[in-house]
Design a protein around this ligand. Structure first.
Ligand code: FES
Ligand code: FES
Length: 895
């Protein structure tokens, strides 16, 4: 038997020639700091040092480490932290933290090499990007990674102890943070799902006996719905649990099933044909998924097309007539265009995963979820169990972006296998599953008609959107144009086009980015025709007080004031500046509660919320600390557990707006309780009265629910109230069926992008991104800045690179690996300036609302407007691929 040395300790290597190094590190040695994401050498999450050199452990057979010294993230820095780890903590160079160990290992090796060769000289941005180009971060923490690495190399963190703005930063930079995929119980089995190879079929026979006969298999179950239909490639059919993944895969291969294959309608165009096979017959529509945050409102179905949903139109017929008349008369001010957006995958780095365990009749499930409390409620309902019998835990969640908000098949299968096998079961999707069947932002075709009035106002606006939702419904793209740029008349029509593709899911500001891509380019085009500055036109047409302040800010930027106004640039490289605006809703969740306790002389805050990388712990700790004159680190925060008081789901940017107000209410109660129980008042002249009182306090517990808002200021009202009767109805539906309140005021953003276009090769580079945001008071400023920059880089991916591709004849997802689904890397990160305007939400207790959705909404439009400014041609389809740029410059369509 051969051995290796890992983090200074000799360990035997398995004899298995096929064993991968990453699996030995994670599963056999339980060093779960090393993460598995792509499994194909693309993302760098599994990076370890082999004899001091960074290697991707997902590509190496374990035996390659024989006789060598291996260092994982747990071995970086030894008992002290490495300067790179301190730099990541100090600069908050992480969000969900799932990619962080890989970055830390690679950057630590770079730091040590750099210091040996260059002393404390600071490396350039380009040198850092080149070194870390083999690492990806889906949360987009790149801007702070640059800072962390540069300053660590300069010696800034050689001796300092650092204070991290993120509470759990230390656990994430050392590999100690435990995600769902890292959970391992004694006797735990591995579950795998058998998925449909056909896009549309009825399963007529399913024989699980051959799977159960495979040695090492403990359970096999059917996952078919009661109509036995599969409606997309990858639809779940059955699942097995076995002693290890390899055995489970062998058992999956042994399952026998027969099916009647049906014709399939795949994608937007095929599913809209009159003769297309119908995916959901009447009576089967309950099986359709949901691509939006809220419940679905009724709409007619015709074949695979659900719609029109046009309730948010305003004098829709009039808008249509005016636009038709302008078209007839060839009105030069009329903007008419059809825009197309590609399908965007969430590509969370931690895959969808669940680990289920029964202890008698009690069920504990670790789930990578955006909603521990809601998941618990759904499980109680589904399995008819009391609240005291189900506990859902998510200590750390490696990204979600909307795709982990509902009860997923990984959780259901893990529970049912655990019950059948009478043993704990883990199911963690592989990368192909993650990129194929866990949802996506639907692609769409959006027709826009925009007619300015003769006086330069906005007369008529029409958006008609067809969304490629797969086996799901409830897209809302056009309707979102109701709440920006009031017009004399608006016709806003949405259609879902249902097809035999995996269902889409909510994705960061559902419907917002495609709406903005179309509308903001149309507004830009109108500005060109009216010969008006694009920001000045937006100020003319947009009365929202939050955005108006942001327009003023954007107008004052040097990059805007100095931009070239004519588009007749020449030469290979051309620069352009573009602007776009966007908004999202201020949501909050009624019933969100928090418990504050004094235990042993310090404060413990507990709520059943989860942190998907947004920094929830830090928001709570910061709020408590500020009100008591403490350091955030003095506050212990317990979250990620449904047994704690009900917390909000992490969807729709509602966490901060839900937990800060309840925390403030609880603080007031706790202060009163402390004062009441104090044996004596604080010492006269004490500059830390609360610190002293807390230290001397007996144990106390208080709790508080999210209070209502106060009356908003002049000009600020609920956006859905502005949308008339349908808005009021939708508001009621969200409250009743989704437990979401729509508050007054609109979180907004205005973004200015500077791009460089290589007109020979068609490559677009975003050089500088300026993001203005109104999201109220910043509950955690450093983390908010990181969120904003991360949202922008995700928007850059949407604009320039990301496209989920499917085979139009078979329905197979062709971009099921990270080699084929391109997300932005560190070298794609522009310099990113974030401006916060903290006014506008004084009616919210604490004054803070969420940031997660709004900052990504107009990015693709601002980039497209900048490209148009650079080359004088408008790109109407994203991603803006090189071939599309080259074709546009040559005046023909790209392939
Ligand atoms: S998991 Fe190894 S490089 Fe991505
Ligand atoms: S922090 Fe990098 S993937 Fe989340």
């Amino acid at each position: 038997m051969s051995t290796m040395t890992i983090n200074g300790q000799a360990k035997p290597l398995p004899d298995d020639a096929d064993a991968l190094l990453v699996d030995v590190i994670r599963d056999q040695l339980a060093l779960t700091g090393t993460k598995l994401v792509c499994g194909s050498g693309v993302c760098g999450a599994c990076t370890v040092l082999l004899d001091g050199a960074p290697v991707a452990s997902c590509l190496l057979p374990a035996r390659a480490a024989a006789g060598k010294a291996l260092t994982t993230v747990e071995g970086i820095g030894g008992t002290d932290l490495h300067p790179i780890q301190k730099g990541f903590m100090a600069h908050d160079a992480l969000q969900c933290g799932f990619c962080t160990p890989g970055f830390i290992v690679e950057a630590a090796a770079f730091h040590d090499r750099w210091r040996a060769a260059n002393g404390t000289a600071m490396p350039s941005r380009e040198a850092i990007a080149a070194t870390l180009s083999g690492h990806l971060c889906r949360c987009g923490a790149y801007e702070n990674i640059f800072r962390a690495v540069a300053e660590a190399c300069s010696g800034r963190f050689d001796s300092d102890n650092v204070t991290a703005p993120r509470m759990e930063a230390r656990d994430k930079v050392t590999g100690a943070a435990r995600f769902t995929v890292d959970i391992r119980h004694d006797g735990q089995l591995e579950g795998v799902i058998l998925r449909s190879p056909a896009a549309h079929a009825r399963i007529t026979r399913l024989d699980l006996a051959p799977a159960r006969a495979v040695p090492g298999v403990a359970a096999a179950i059917s996952l078919l719905a009661d109509d036995n239909m599969v409606r997309y490639v990858g639809a779940p059919i059955a699942a097995v649990a076995a002693k290890d993944r390899r055995t489970a895969l062998a058992a999956i291969a042994a399952i026998r099933f027969s099916s009647e294959t049906r014709p399939a309608a795949i994608g937007l165009d095929a599913a809209r044909r009159a003769d297309a096979t119908v995916v959901f017959e009447k009576g089967k529509r309950k099986y359709a998924g949901n691509v939006s945050e809220g419940g679905s409102s009724p709409a007619p179905w015709k074949g695979n097309v659900r719609g029109p949903s046009a309730a948010f139109s305003q004098k829709g017929k009039r808008a249509k007539a005016w636009l038709a008349e302008a078209h007839e008369k060839r009105d030069p001010l009329l903007v008419e265009e059809t825009f197309r957006v590609a399908t965007q995958s969430h590509a969370c780095f931690e895959p969808h995963a669940a680990v289920a365990r029964f202890d008698g009749d009690r069920l504990t499930v670790h789930v990578s979820t955006q909603a521990v409390h809601d998941t618990m409620e759904k499980l109680c309902k589904r399995y008819k169990l009391g609240h005291d019998k189900v506990r859902v835990i998510a200590d750390h969640v490696g990204g979600g972006f909307g795709s982990k908000g509902s009860l997923g098949i990984e959780t259901i299968a893990a529970i049912e296998l655990a019950r059948a096998a009478m043993a704990p079961v883990r199911i963690a999707f592989d990368r192909e599953e993650e990129l194929s069947v866990t949802g996506y932002r639907p692609g769409a075709e959006i027709k826009v008609g925009l007619l300015p009035s003769a006086q330069g106002g906005l007369k008529a606006l029409s958006l008609t959107a067809y969304a490629d939702t797969g086996a799901a419904i409830n897209s809302t793209i056009a309707a979102l144009a109701r709440l920006i740029y009031p017009a004399e008349a608006k016709e806003l029509v949405d259609f879902d086009v249902i097809s035999n593709l995996p269902p889409g899911a909510p994705f960061r500001g559902p419907g917002g980015p495609p709406m903005a891509f179309a509308l903001e380019q149309a507004v830009d085009e109108a500005a060109l025709r009216l010969k008006v500055d694009p920001i000045a036109l937006r100020k003319r047409w947009d009365p929202d007080p939050n955005r108006r302040r942001l327009y003023d800010w954007a107008e004052g930027l040097d990059v805007w004031r100095n931009r070239k106004l004519d588009t007749a640039q020449s030469g290979r490289y051309r620069r352009g500046i573009g602007v776009a605006a966007g908004y999202w809703f201020y949501f909050w969740q009624p019933g969100s509660s928090i418990e504050l306790a004094i235990k042993g002389g310090h404060i413990v805050a507990s709520t059943g919320v989860q942190d998907i990388g947004t920094g929830t712990r830090s928001v709570i700790a910061g709020t408590v600390a500020k009100m008591f004159g403490l350091d955030p680190q003095d506050v212990e925060v317990r979250i990620g557990d449904s047994s704690l008081p009900e917390g909000p789901g992490s969807g729709g940017s509602r966490v901060t707006a839900s937990i800060v107000p309840s925390t403030l209410s609880a603080i007031a109660k706790l202060k009163a309780a402390i004062e009441k129980s104090a044996a004596r008042p604080p010492l006269a002249g004490s500059n830390a009265p609360w610190r002293d009182l807390i230290a001397a306090s007996p144990d106390l517990v208080v709790s508080a629910e999210r209070p209502k808002d106060s009356r908003p200021g002049l000009g600020i009202s609920s956006p859905l109230k502005q949308a008339g009767l349908m808005g009021m109805i939708l508001s009621w539906m969200l409250r009743t069926f989704n437990n979401i309140m729509v508050g007054a005021g609109v979180p907004s953003t205005v973004q200015v992008m500077e791009v460089e276009v290589d007109t020979w090769l068609g490559h677009v580079r975003v050089l500088n991104a300026y993001t203005g945001l109104t999201i109220g008071k910043l509950a955690a400023p450093v983390l908010a800045r990181s969120q904003a920059a991360g949202s922008v880089i995700q928007g850059i991916g949407y604009a320039l690179y990301e496209a989920r591709e499917t085979d139009p004849s078979t329905g197979h997802v062709l971009s099921g690996s990270m080699e084929d689904y391109r997300i932005p890397g560190i070298a794609d990160m522009p310099r990113c300036e974030v401006h916060f305007d903290e006014a506008g939400f004084e009616h919210v207790p604490g004054g803070s609302v969420g940031i997660g959705e709004v900052a990504t909404i107009p990015t693709s439009a601002a980039i497209a407007n900048a490209v148009c400014n650079a080359i004088g041609v408008r790109l109407t389809e994203i991603p803006i691929r090189p071939d599309r740029i080259v074709a546009a410059l040559k005046g023909r369509a790209a392939a």
